[in-house]
Design a protein around this ligand. Structure first.
Ligand code: ADP
Ligand code: MG
Length: 502
């Protein structure tokens, strides 16, 4: 039975401990605000109580000491008048001594110059000799007082001095002669009692103030945190789906800023989401077009009987052309997806760029010849750079291919390679059809083509420049285009000679 109770108590303590830990979670802003306010409120309260009590104690002890000193000085004169040191039977003095010890709840001892106790109001030590340091010092004329806080008394020594006039010399001389000492120990219980009362009253005030601070800090913490709770709720709501309503908590500047920052992030996410959706729909459309053509061609063949072999061959070569186109779109898409991966996938190596450009141009020369476009290469200096060879090949070949494809008859394409100490530059200039100014911003978009039918005719997918731009950005380079319709286009690509990791 007892064991069962023990288990209950332990479980209860555990639950309470968990709850308390949750409430006093230092990572919570609410707890921090609460604790700061509590400490800021409490420290002055407690220190004030201590300061007041200490100053009271000092002052009370000083007053008590000077009171007793004054009384003792009067008494010392009486002692001398009644020759008390020689004869302690004086009732007047004895009454005065017992009145004094009664008044201060203490003990008075009268000691003569031979250090013999002639009177002790406690009646314990009479006729004994006392050789304490203070008494000996007092015999020499030094009065002393000492406050013993732990034992609750003030001890003081006062010399009993007589002024004697010597008239041996021409001028009479007055001298103070110590005839004895009064040793008094007075209790400070009454001071302590007053202090206890004061302390109790101060404590009550302190508890009331503490409670007020507690309530105020809970309210303040709640009030300060409220806007943040509101913004969390707004974010939770936004997380349930992309709402078009912007997050707005105008309670304070900070939450306003948080809301604005989140609205910017959400806006960007929405743009990304829209562009992803647009990309998917573009891909589907581009992939579907060749398939639709193939189906039309195949259906029209199937619908006819006794089709001549020439027609069959004609249609089949069209179908093969569409398949080739589909293949090109898919391989371009794959290149693009590869570019979307992180820079960690880059295969960086030292590459001779002159050799690379020459190789690309040799590969593209047959296409240029077919269109009667002159291909010129000018290399201003030997260049080697740390790049991903495959990706830089894609960049340069896409640009030169475009320059050949979007050219006029008997046109030219000029490729120039140059470098400084930081970058190498490939400039691809052509004498082609040019790009209208309002299209210049869009040419890097996926599937964007200025003239869709012309691009298709030539075999373009609208992905070449976006692949090129991704590869350039992965190398932390830049691309710039200048163009005039019917005059020509110049693309300038700048790539760092050594790869700069993120
Ligand atoms: N050198 C150029 N001269 C004229 N127009 C160009 C040139 N390069 C690109 N363009 C235009 O930019 C569009 C996008 O190019 P790109 O992404 O390579 O796609 P495409 O597969 O059509 O070549 C092209 O369709 C074309 O209209
Ligand atoms: Mg292209």
């Amino acid at each position: 039975m007892c064991g069962l109770n023990g288990v209950w108590v332990i479980t209860l303590l555990k639950v309470l401990g968990d709850k308390l830990r949750k409430i006093i979670c230092l990572r919570s802003l609410k707890t921090r605000i609460f604790l700061i306010l509590l400490i800021v409120g409490l420290i002055p309260c407690v220190s004030m109580r201590y300061a007041i009590l200490q100053s009271y104690e000092r002052r009370a002890v000083n007053i008590r000491t000077s009171d007793i000193t004054a009384q003792l000085r009067i008494l010392a004169n009486h002692l001398l008048t009644y020759h008390y040191m020689q004869d302690t039977s004086s009732e007047v003095i004895n009454a005065e001594l017992s009145q004094l010890s009664g008044l201060y709840d203490g003990r008075v001892m009268v000691i003569n110059s031979d250090l013999r106790i002639v009177k002790d109001t406690y009646g314990i030590s009479e006729n004994k000799t006392i050789i304490s340091e203070e008494v000996v010092r007092c015999i020499k004329g030094e009065s002393d007082s000492k406050y013993d806080r732990d034992n609750g008394y003030i001890e003081m020594t006062i010399p009993i001095t007589e002024t004697v006039t010597f008239s041996g010399n021409a001028e009479p001389e007055k001298r103070e002669i110590v005839r004895g000492v009064m040793l008094v120990s007075a209790s400070t219980d009454s001071i302590m009692a007053t202090m206890d009362t004061l302390n109790r009253q101060a404590l009550i005030i302190e508890v009331i103030v503490m409670l007020a601070i507690l309530v105020a800090s809970v309210l303040a913490a709640k009030m300060l945190i409220h806007p943040f709770e509101k913004i969390t709720a707004a974010l939770d709501k936004a997380q349930e789906g992309y709402t078009d309503d912007p997050i707005s908590v105008r309670d304070c500047i900070e939450t306003e800023h948080i809301g604005d920052a989140f609205n910017r992030v959400l806006g960007r996410m929405k743009v990304l989401d829209d562009s992803r959706q647009e990309f998917v729909s573009n891909v589907s459309h581009e992939l579907k077009t060749p398939i639709t053509s193939m189906k039309v061609l195949a259906d029209s063949l199937l619908a006819q009987n006794d089709v001549p072999i020439e027609v069959y061959q004609d249609f089949m070569s069209d179908i093969a052309g569409e398949i080739e186109r589909e293949d090109k779109i898919i391989s371009d898409l794959l290149s693009l997806v590869k570019m979307d991966r992180t820079a960690a996938d880059l295969n960086i190596a030292e590459v001779d760029i002159n050799v690379l450009v020459e190789l690309i141009m040799r590969r593209l020369r047959p296409i240029a010849q077919k269109r009667d476009v002159e291909l010129v290469y000018e290399s201003l200096r030997p260049v080697t750079a740390a790049v991903d060879e495959v990706k830089i090949t894609l960049v340069i070949s896409n640009l030169i291919e475009n320059a050949i494809k979007y050219n006029r008859e008997h046109g030219w394409v000029k490729v120039t390679l140059d470098a400084d100490h930081q970058f190498f530059t490939v400039v691809v200039a052509d004498s082609g059809i040019g790009i209208p100014e309002d299209s210049l911003d869009q040419i890097y978009e996926r599937f964007y083509r200025v003239d869709k039918s012309r691009s298709r005719e030539i075999g373009g997918t609208g992905l070449g420049l976006s692949i090129a731009k991704s590869a350039i950005l992965m190398h932390r380079g830049s691309v710039k285009v200048e163009s005039k319709v019917d005059e020509g286009t110049t693309f300038t690509v700048k790539i760092p000679l050594s790869y700069i990791p993120a």
